[in-house]
Write a protein that binds this ligand. Sequence first.
Ligand code: PLP
Length: 455
Amino acid sequence: MDARETALQQAYEHAVRWLASLSDRRVPADASVDDIVRALGATLPSGPSTPADVVDLLATACEPGLTAFPSGRFYGFVIGGTEPAALAADWLVSAWDQNCVLRAVSPAHTAVEDIAGMWLLDLLGLPEDSAVGFTTGATMANFTCLAAGRDTVLRRSGWNVARDGLAGGPPVRVVVGQDRHMAVDLALRYLGLGEPETVTSDDQGRIEAGALRRALTAGERRPTIVVLQAGDIHSGAFDPFVETIRAAREADAWVHVDGAFGLWAAASPAYAHLTAGCAGADSWATDAHKTLNVPYDCGLAVVRDPSAVRAAMGQRGDYLIQHEHGDPFDKVPELSRRGRAFTVWAALRSLGRSGVTDLVDRLCRHAASFAAGIAAIEEASVLNDVVFTQVCAGFGSDERTDEVLTRLLDDGTAWISGSTWQGRRVMRISVSNWSTTEDDVTRTLDAIRRACAGT
Ligand SMILES: *Cc1c(COP(=O)(O)O)cnc(C)c1O
């Protein structure tokens, strides 16, 4: 074997060992940042090392400082694991090293992106001619979609933002629900749109359709964007799309949906009702690295009118446009980027339609088991209506909830983050990993009970 093959072999062995450790290792990292810096050594070596030695040092020194994010018992934030086919495909992506800017230059990636895009639109119940851009995550997918929206509503008012910029143009009004994800605010900041106008949400975080309608009909008509949400990070709740999209349409607004993890409800007949009406929007952002469980980093920016996203993100020269949906780089902010579509294709090809449905159903079933298990603990209560993959629980007082969370993390069986929701501290469980089993849920509930008992 040459030096490269030896390094790849070394990486393979470390990867397999890491994956095999997931079922039983503690979920939180054991080492601190300083520990890892010491183990790696902070001095830049004066000369070269063999690739295999470098890989071995990296894996050995970092291992104690790795958090078991891909564990079936990681329930913090909204974190997917890695479907085996997608993980293996991701290794090929690095080996192939395709630059996926232009259709014609990597025919393989283009073909895979086209097929994966078509499958995604089908599974998510979105209009089949929409453009599907492969971004780094949902933040950039929201940014991409909102850029298309901003440019479109300004164009309708006779303002060309691509040519003339924002200064001096008509102000764009952005209306969001009070409980939208902060990634939306970040995207609006990147776009020079400032802070949005908020509309009240109900106790599950769903935007109130009546309040949205009143906000949209008040004052004079302006270029307007409405941002809705499929899947609240605390409650998992979905905005009422039918009424809100109708109100937005009457105001001639661009309607965008942030469905980072929740849009996938559409892929399951048992949960698709949650997304009813959602396909009537103009754009949708979702992640592939959450519910679909492909490796980081992969989000999806879906825009109904491909020419709208091309106008915002594409190159202007008509001669560059070779396809009615444009080139891959016309649908995302970057030029050079890795072949993200390969991993999405691999996950979808491996799961098939029924596998995606089963995945969504399984995550929801585990969330329901968590809710039932927590409700049975005397001092605990489930605070949200568990409609999808998210569960929020309280343990009496805020102090007590934080105490239980601290003990749970010390125990190490699972990783669950705390949050503040509806004015109180909560234990926030997000079931997003394909590999979570009933046994993982049982072991985690046992750990929560231990944390409550203080033993
Ligand atoms: C995770 C999440 C985002 C941000 O996604 P990234 O992939 O982390 O950029 C946006 N919106 C919602 C609802 C999310 O759950």
